[in-house]
Each structure stands twice: as C-alpha cells, then as structure tokens.
Write a protein that binds this ligand. Structure first.
Ligand SMILES: [Cu+2]
Length: 158
C-alpha cells in the first residue's frame, strides 16, 4: 500500500514537471501602469519580463483599454518615435525591461479612468519555442509619473 502511494506521488510529480517544461515559464516583475488624466486616450504599462526559455510576448489585453499593443521606441533623426511591434522577443534567462522611453505596453482607447492607487488587470500571452502558449494574469498598480522624468510627449502622437 505504502509503495503504491509513493509511486503514485512520484508519477504525479513527474507529470507536473513535464507540464511546466512545455511552457515558456515567463515571470513578470514590478508591473505598473502610468496614471492617465481624465480624457486621456492612452497610457503605458511597464514591467520586467524574464523567461526560462526563449519566448516572445505576442499579445496583451486589458479590460480598461479597447486596444493594447506592444510598442518600441526608436530614434529617428533626433526624434524619439514609437511603433507597434508584432512580438517582443524574450531571450532565455535574460530580463527584458519595459520602461518609459523603451519598450512598453500601450493601452489605448481607455474605457475608464486609470487613476493612481488603482490597479489594472493585464492578460499577457507568451509563445515558447515550440509555439506553445502561456497566459499570465497580472494586476498592475497605477502610479503617477512626474512630467520631468522620462518619456516627455509619449502618448501625444496617438
Ligand atoms: Cu506607445
């Protein structure tokens, strides 16, 4: 009886390991959303992503935004511009920072106020090397960001 029970547990643990190995295993740290003033159409979400395996962030959705995109910032001449990218590459074991002035998640067509102190649910979908998908839910706290720091006119071009 005892032997059977131990084997049973080992088998269960093995199955769990296999199940998680098939996932991209991405972890999200320090997620936050920049507060938006009333009438503002768009804001940014930021975080640090680390994946155990090569993976890519392929989709973001949030109930507060009609549209959510992954954006990159690029220097064109002497002007910083942002544009949507289809996927954000996450090399294995390497932290990728989404921050003001760099990669960010753009939340557009805001459906409700995004006020400091609230939190915004984000659903992130990652794709692993074999095409397998992992979905993570994040509650990102909303923080006000001083005008002097970072992005300057970010958001104005939307
Ligand atoms: Cu943007």
């Amino acid at each position: 009886m005892r032997t059977f029970s131990v084997l049973h547990h080992l088998a269960a643990a093995g199955a769990l390991l296999l199940a998680s190995a098939a996932q991209a295993q991405v972890s999200v740290h320090d997620a936050w959303v920049r507060a938006a003033v009333p009438q503002q159409q768009a804001t940014g979400a930021f975080m640090r992503l680390t994946s155990a395996q090569d993976a890519r962030l392929v989709s973001v959705t949030s109930p507060v935004a009609g549209v959510a995109e992954v954006h990159e910032m690029r220097l064109e001449g002497d002007v910083m511009r942002m544009r949507a990218i289809a996927a954000l590459e996450l090399p294995a074991g390497q932290a990728v920072e989404l921050k003001p002035g760099g990669y960010h998640i753009m939340l557009m067509d805001l459906r409700q106020p995004v006020a400091a102190g609230a939190s915004v649910p984000l659903t992130l979908v990652f794709e692993g090397p074999g095409g397998q998908r992992q979905t993570l839910q994040v509650q990102a706290p909303v923080r006000a960001l001083g005008r002097s720091s970072g992005q300057g006119r970010h958001g104005a071009s939307h």
